[in-house]
Ligand binder design. Structure first.
Ligand code: SF4
Ligand code: SF4
Length: 159
């Protein structure tokens, strides 16, 4: 007997299911639409958004990167190239002994994991919320130090 009522309940739920679906769709159709006027307006990203990288500077304009290559070592995609050089009294780019004379990120390889940011001892490399990263050419997706470095707040030095 219970099998009979189980079957009845099963059939009833299958009959009702499409109407439930229609009710959900109808409710969604009646909702006010949200239209974002992109690109004039960019939807705010979450605080932990990880997109385009930047290389930060200190307030005095010095580069935070000291060319230690920890970011390159931590990168699971082997996307970072760091070539370090010694600072001198005549040409000082960072507060440490060394700075990155060459710094590149292959954005085609990057998986935006943020390990580079996590491993950086000086807070130099950081993933920001800029997500417009498409280019027409592969070579334009090799981001150089000049492309990554934030502007010097004092506008004293351009490498
Ligand atoms: S976000 Fe991840 S994959 Fe991209 S450069 Fe940094 S460590 Fe490499
Ligand atoms: S970005 Fe940070 S971890 Fe990478 S080389 Fe520069 S200082 Fe080292």
């Amino acid at each position: 007997m219970s099998d009979f009522w189980d079957d009845v309940r099963q059939i009833a739920s299958e009959v009702v299911a499409p109407f439930k679906g229609l009710a959900t769709v109808s409710a969604k159709i009646a909702e006010k639409k949200t239209v974002i006027q992109y690109p004039e307006y960019r939807r705010p990203m979450g605080v932990r958004a990880r997109w385009r990288h930047v290389l930060n500077r200190y307030d005095n304009g010095m580069e935070k990167c000291i060319g230690c290559s920890l970011c390159a070592g931590a990168c699971p995609a082997n996307a970072i190239l760091v070539v370090a050089a010694e600072n001198t009294d005549q040409a000082r780019f960072s507060p440490g002994e060394r700075y990155a004379v060459r710094y590149e990120i292959n954005m085609i390889r990057c998986i935006y994991c943020g390990f580079c940011q996590e491993s950086c001892p000086t807070g130099a490399i950081q993933l920001k919320d800029t997500y417009e990263l498409t280019e027409n050419s592969r070579k334009d997706l090799i981001y150089t130090k000049q492309m990554l470095l934030v502007p010097d707040p004092n506008r004293e030095r351009v490498e």
